[in-house]
Every structure is written in structure tokens, then in C-alpha cells.
Design a protein around this ligand. Structure first.
Ligand SMILES: *Cc1c(COP(=O)(O)O)cnc(C)c1O
Length: 384
């Protein structure tokens, strides 16, 4: 059996052809594939606008900038996420706060968020960054109600959930990143994500104003649109109107993204099939506790909790199965501890971290490979 990672990209001949074609075209950076990827991605997600950027972290940074995060502002996110969900606030000089998770899902617990909000005067917090952890969509309808009640904006970190959805209280399907409930949503195209371009990211929104601002921020704060300029000296003229960055996604990677997007639904279906097979395999094993599932789950990860996580991790490595831990709680990172976060502040996140393990989950994982993973876990559990 060849080594089995917890996640991996899938590159087809069509992907390679799409990239090669772009390499032979006139555009290496901002060519026609950027707008085409943005339009197709927006259509897939169900949002009005999409802005392609260098990676998911850049997407978060631009969202925080576009929403005006600045020194003195406070933003809440989940302790169980990739550090970038929190770091984007720090990039803008803001302060990050956390609310503990729901132990059944490992998603930020909106009741905990409410309690945190109620302990402070209205206006103390400015935004909330919920994360669709592992691919399970946050109930954004509830998050929106909370945000409206306390005057917050929302950035949905949808890196794990392209194609995911939840059913709202009216029975409507709410797709992750569709811009219906959160001002902005972000995605990443890192190799382990659903759509893999190496580096790459996307922001989706239904707000024309945020969209226009993001386009500018992505490219140094410069506009070349005469309608937006204060004066017009000639054909060469452009204006830098705010402090932006070079967070562009190149044309060849957008071509790869377009090609990958065509397989997104098939990949999602396979992820859900694999999750159902794991669910069935672990049902008779009380010491293997998978995180709660749901109909619209996008299964970026399949996470189990076991009593001896380190033991299982090491055992699987010996069997050439490379499981991973998602995540070390962000406030437990030395950098965040230095900012004042004390161990013990988020007991549920810490308890989850002590036992969680992400086992192989990617569309090209075969039934045979998955059966081997399950057999190895069963073998480890029997030895306990
Ligand atoms: C991958 C990821 C990011 C960052 O994306 P990059 O493209 O690696 O910068 C942010 N948030 C979450 C939840 C992620 O999984």
C-alpha cells in the first residue's frame, strides 16, 4: 500500500492542458482566465461577485481591510481554525477574541458568542468570523441575527465548505459563501482544499461597493477605471487611491481553477460517500467518535476523536497513513499566548484538541485504501 495522506490534490490531463494553453497565451498574470474563473466560481457558489486573490490568507486580509478593521477594533473568531482566520485581524491592527466551540461539531458556539457579546457594551466588538470547520456549514442565519443585534459584520471563512449548505428556518437552502447572510466569504485553493491551484483564493460577496473596493485593494489600491478617477491625464493614467497590496492570482492558476471547478460537484459527492462509509464503519466502535455530520456537509476533513490520539497517530504513521490534527487551538499558539491568551480559557477547544484526528479524506481515495485505513484504526482500538 503506498502512503496515504489525510488530503491531496487531484490533477488531470485536462488540468494540465488548461495550464499549458495559458502559458502559451499572451497573459501570465491578469488575463482573461481571471474574470472567467471569478464568474464561474461566483455562479457555482451562488454569489453575485467573486474576486480571485493570491491565497486564502490574502482573501481574509483584504476582507478585514474592506470592512475597515483598524487599531481599537475587536473581532471574534473560533479557536479551532487555521491561524489565518484570526491573523487577518492582527494584520489590520485589530484585536482578536475567541468564543469556545460546540463540542459536537467543533464549530464556534453561537451561544458562547452571545454570552461574550452580552458581557460588553454594544459597539465593543466590530465583527465575527465564523468558520465552516471541516466542511460543516455554520448556521449563518443565527450568526446574522446575532450580528444584527450587536452591530457586527460577518466574514464567513468557507475554506472548508465550497458546495456546502445548510437549511435555514424557512426551509431554504443557504449555500456557503453565497453572500445572502455574510457580507463577505473567503475560499482557499491550497492543494488539500476542494479546488486546488497550488496557491490561490477567492472572496465572494453580494455587495457592489465591497466588490469594487476589493478589486482595488488586490492591486495596490490602484484604479485604471476613468469613472473612478479624480482626474485623467491621458491613456497611461491610473490612480492609487488607497493602500493596497499585490494579492493577484495569475491567469495560469485561474485556468487550473476553472478546470478543477468542473469536477467540484463530483469531488463533493465522493467526499460525502467516503464520509458515509466511515460513519458506518465507526458506528460499532464507541471509542471512535466522529464529529457530527449534516446533509449539506462539504467534508473537507473527516475528524474522529479517540481516547489515545497520539497513540493512534503514531500507529497510523507506521502503517503509512498520514493523519493530521486540525487544529491546535489558535489561542494556544505561543504568539497568541504572548498576546495574553491563557491556557484553560477555552476548555472545550482544548478537550477537542486533545483527542481529534483528521483521517484520510479526498476524492481520489479508493474504497480499498479507505478499508485499509478503517482496518488499521480497528486494529489499534482492539489493542487498547
Ligand atoms: C486553508 C485555510 C486558510 C488559508 O488559506 P491559504 O490559501 O492557505 O492562505 C484560512 N482558513 C482556513 C479555515 C483554511 O483551511
Amino acid at each position: 500500500m503506498s502512503p496515504i495522506p489525510y488530503g491531496r490534490q487531484h490533477i488531470t490531463a485536462a488540468d494540465i492542458a488548461a495550464v499549458t494553453e495559458t502559458l502559451q497565451s499572451d497573459f501570465l498574470t491578469q488575463g482573461p482566465k481571471v474574470a472567467e474563473f471569478e464568474q464561474k466560481f461566483a455562479a457555482y457558489i451562488g454569489a453575485r461577485y467573486a474576486v480571485a486573490v493570491a491565497n486564502g490568507t490574502a482573501a481574509l486580509h483584504l476582507c478585514a481591510l474592506a470592512l475597515g478593521v483598524q487599531p481599537g477594533q475587536r473581532v471574534i473568531t473560533s479557536p479551532i481554525t487555521f491561524a489565518a482566520s484570526a491573523n487577518c485581524v492582527l494584520y489590520c491592527g485589530g484585536e482578536v477574541h475567541f468564543a469556545d466551540i460546540d463540542p459536537a461539531t467543533a464549530l464556534i458556539d453561537l451561544q458562547q458568542v452571545r454570552q461574550l457579546l452580552e458581557r460588553h457594551p454594544r459597539g465593543y466588538f466590530h465583527g465575527l468570523i465564523p468558520v465552516d470547520f471541516a466542511g460543516l456549514p455554520v448556521n449563518l442565519e443565527e450568526a446574522r441575527q446575532l450580528a444584527d443585534e450587536f452591530g457586527l459584520w460577518l466574514i464567513e471563512d468557507s475554506c472548508h465548505s465550497p458546495g456546502g449548505s445548510f437549511t435555514d428556518s424557512q426551509g431554504r437552502e443557504q449555500r456557503c459563501g453565497s453572500g445572502q447572510l455574510a457580507e463577505l466569504a473567503i475560499f482557499s485553493f491550497h492543494p488539500v482544499k476542494h479546488i486546488a491551484t497550488g496557491e490561490g483564493g477567492m472572496i465572494t460577496t453580494n455587495s457592489e461597493a465591497l466588490y469594487q473596493d476589493l478589486l482595488k485593494l488586490r492591486t495596490h489600491g490602484i484604479t485604471k477605471d476613468p469613472a473612478q478617477m479624480q482626474r485623467h491625464d491621458g491613456g497611461w493614467y491610473m490612480e492609487m487611491q488607497e493602500l493596497g497590496y499585490n494579492y493577484r492570482m495569475p491567469d495560469m492558476l485561474c485556468a487550473l481553477g476553472i478546470s478543477q471547478l468542473e469536477r467540484a460537484e463530483a469531488g463533493l459527492a465522493r467526499r460525502r460517500q467516503l464520509a458515509a462509509r466511515y460513519d458506518a464503519a465507526f458506528a460499532p466502535l464507541p471509542s471512535v467518535r466522529p464529529l457530527a455530520g449534516a446533509a449539506g456537509h462539504a467534508y473537507h476533513l473527516y475528524v474522529i476523536q479517540v481516547p489515545d490520539r497520539k497513540g493512534l497517530y503514531d500507529f497510523l504513521r507506521e502503517k503509512q497513513i498520514f493523519a493530521q490534527v486540525h487544529y491546535i487551538p489558535v489561542p494556544a499558539m505561543p504568539y497568541y499566548q504572548q498576546l495574553g491568551w491563557q491556557p484553560g480559557t477555552f476548555p472545550r477547544a482544548e478537550a477537542y484538541y486533545a483527542h481529534c484526528l483528521s483521517i484520510p479524506m479526498f476524492p481520489t481515495l479508493t474504497d480499498e485504501q479507505q478499508d485499509y485505513v478503517v482496518a488499521c484504526i480497528q486494529e489499534f482500538i482492539r489493542q487498547q
